[in-house]
Design a protein around this ligand. Structure first.
Ligand SMILES: [Zn+2]
Length: 271
């Protein structure tokens, strides 16, 4: 399949990105603080050592999701506010991927909010579209000061994501996540092409398993046609001219079509 001679160099490029990210030091998310006011506003202050890059989005049910890039958390946790505050239900914070901390703030979908970079971390204000600096005052030793923040995440990075790694409770399924189907070529009884004892089916699965978490981190939902060394059987048709190989390839494509995939990536090496 000549098509994949073009696709493969793209994978090499994508696979390089995480190794660059890991070379940098991770920021430390030290703690998460909560404070509410009688006027139905609240703040969540995420205390961070270092200069954070972050992105955020809101789920249909009102939860506010903050992703802090290139960061590690000292201690994951949950804050459940006392009953006199009903604007925020729960606050969860945890390491979501090896180099990203996620904070999820449960809030009424109708409540406005603001996320700002402040001195010493990130301030999430709920019940206001402006940063509630005075409410945040005293949450830690010093009053948070507003800092300029112009970082625009790369396209696809505003993660409408579902992730199979740690803390599934922080990754609720999102209806609108774009689906990519990865198809590791061959498998099971079909080794694909064999050279120097290396079977194509092993190499394609290896690349696919590396690619999956990378795409998930970019915000895609990933479905694999196989995750182990097995055949992807087509339907056993009993008709004249039935071709087992053709049927198997069709079975793989069907997985993409049935899941409404935006992209179908079939991985092969020279066969
Ligand atoms: Zn092949």
């Amino acid at each position: 399949m000549r098509f994949f001679n073009f696709i493969f160099p793209l994978f090499c490029f994508i696979l390089l990105i995480p190794s660059i990210a890991k070379a940098q030091d991770l920021l430390t998310v030290q703690n998460v603080f909560f404070k509410s006011s009688q006027d139905n506003t609240a703040v969540v202050f995420v205390q961070i050592q270092g200069e954070p890059k972050f992105s955020y989005f809101r789920l249909d049910d009102g939860r506010i999701v903050l992703d802090i890039e290139n960061s590690k958390i000292v201690k994951k946790g949950v804050i459940i506010p006392t009953s006199n505050s009903n604007i925020i239900s729960e606050i969860h914070f945890a390491q979501n991927t090896p180099d990203m901390v996620r904070v999820v703030v449960g809030s009424d979908v109708k409540a406005s909010y603001n996320i700002s970079k402040v001195d010493g971390g990130i301030l999430i204000s709920v019940g206001s579209s402006k940063p509630l600096l005075s409410l945040a005052n005293g949450i830690t030793n010093e009053a948070p000061k507003l800092l300029p923040y112009n970082y625009i995440p790369e396209k696809g990075q505003l993660a409408n994501s579902q992730n199979s790694q740690t803390n599934n409770n922080l990754y609720p399924p999102i209806k609108n996540a774009k689906i990519i189907v990865i198809d590791p070529g061959h498998g099971g009884s079909d080794p694909g092409c064999v050279a120097n004892g290396v079977e194509e089916k092993v190499a394609t699965l290896g690349v696919a398993l590396h690619l999956k978490p990378i795409l998930e981190k970019m915000g895609f939902k990933v479905i694999m046609t196989r995750e182990t060394d097995k055949d992807v059987w087509g339907k056993p048709y009993n008709m004249p001219g039935y071709d087992a190989n053709e049927s198997e390839l069709q079975a793989r494509v069907n997985i993409a079509n049935e899941n409404g995939a935006a992209l179908f990536v079939s991985i092969h090496f020279n066969a």
